[in-house]
Design a protein around this ligand. Structure first.
Ligand SMILES: Nc1ncnc2c1ncn2[C@@H]1O[C@H](COP(=O)(O)OP(=O)(O)OP(=O)(O)O)[C@@H](O)[C@H]1O
Ligand SMILES: [Mg+2]
Length: 260
């Protein structure tokens, strides 16, 4: 079972005349990466999410499962700031999503959250490196987190290297296999090195062996500290995660392997 990190600190106190004592104490655990409370969502009067509350700690690898229509993609969209028409509180990476306007939400999505979908959504006329660098066109600057401007294509090459296909940077998506296309899509999602990756049926278009390699890639990224929430129908994906959350008719009905 995964236990979120706690940071040990000490404080000094006087326990008597002239006596100084060092007392250790454990600080509060870090704020969850995702914290949802009572999320409700409806489409045209039909309730799709019925009071979903959940927390994901930093470094968790979690599967979200459930039958078709149970609300998995809808919940992912709420967490990723793609949807705003819901009730309840969604706090992600320390940001209350309801406090963001359209522009703030777009910035949040671009910089803080990576998205991976079943269909790879690559632009066919751009090379793999150019597809991966696409998020840089929405950031308004080429500055990285440390303030140093760098060529987006160099950063894209680094992201492609991270997912194991650096040598395909100049190819067009039409020259790649399905598994390689998904790796490019994952590299694009990682372009800004977001702390949170949301994936919706990422192995749905892949054969079993290729899908297995993508799952192994997610596990490796998680090993590097990335927090992942993966929507899946596939048992082998959920078996590879430490935690599984089951949604049915807009409610969490079962959970296994929670960290808290
Ligand atoms: N934009 C929309 N307008 C109206 N209804 C919607 C919309 N998006 C989703 N729904 C409805 O919300 C419910 C949940 O949809 P959602 O896509 O979240 O399910 P899901 O669990 O991801 O299913 P699947 O496994 O098939 O992808 C479904 O009944 C769906 O018809
Ligand atoms: Mg879905």
């Amino acid at each position: 079972m995964y236990t979120p990190p706690r940071f040990f600190r000490c404080h000094l106190t006087l326990t008597g005349p002239g006596r100084l004592c060092i007392l250790p104490f454990v600080s509060e655990p870090a704020e969850p990466v995702v914290s949802l409370a009572g999320i409700e969502k409806e489409y045209g009067g039909e309730k799709v999410l019925r009071g979903v509350s959940l927390e994901l700690a930093a470094g968790e690898l979690t599967a979200l499962v459930g039958r078709s229509g149970s609300g998995k993609s809808t919940l992912l969209h709420v967490i990723g700031g793609l949807d705003q028409g819901y009730r309840g509180r969604a706090r992600v990476l320390g940001v209350d999503l309801a406090s963001l306007d359209d522009r703030g939400r777009a910035r949040f999505r671009n910089a803080q959250v990576g998205f991976v979908f079943q269909a790879f959504h690559l632009l066919e006329h751009l090379s793999c490196a150019e597809n991966v660098a696409l998020p840089s066109y929405f950031e308004g600057s080429t500055a990285t987190g440390d303030g140093a401007p760098r060529d987006p294509l160099v950063r894209a090459a680094e992201a492609l290297d991270r997912v194991g296909i650096a040598d395909h940077a100049r190819r067009l998506p039409g020259q790649l296999s399905g598994g390689q296309k998904q790796r490019v899509a994952i590299a694009r999602a990682l372009f800004h090195r977001p702390p949170l990756l949301l994936a919706d049926e990422p192995t749905g278009n892949l054969d079993s062996e290729t899908g297995q390699k993508i799952i192994a890639l997610f596990q490796a990224l998680n090993g590097d500290g990335l927090t992942l929430l993966i929507v899946t129908h596939e048992e082998r994906v959920s078996q590879a995660t430490r935690r599984v959350i089951r949604l049915d008719d807009g409610r969490i009905v079962a959970e296994a392997g929670a960290s808290a």
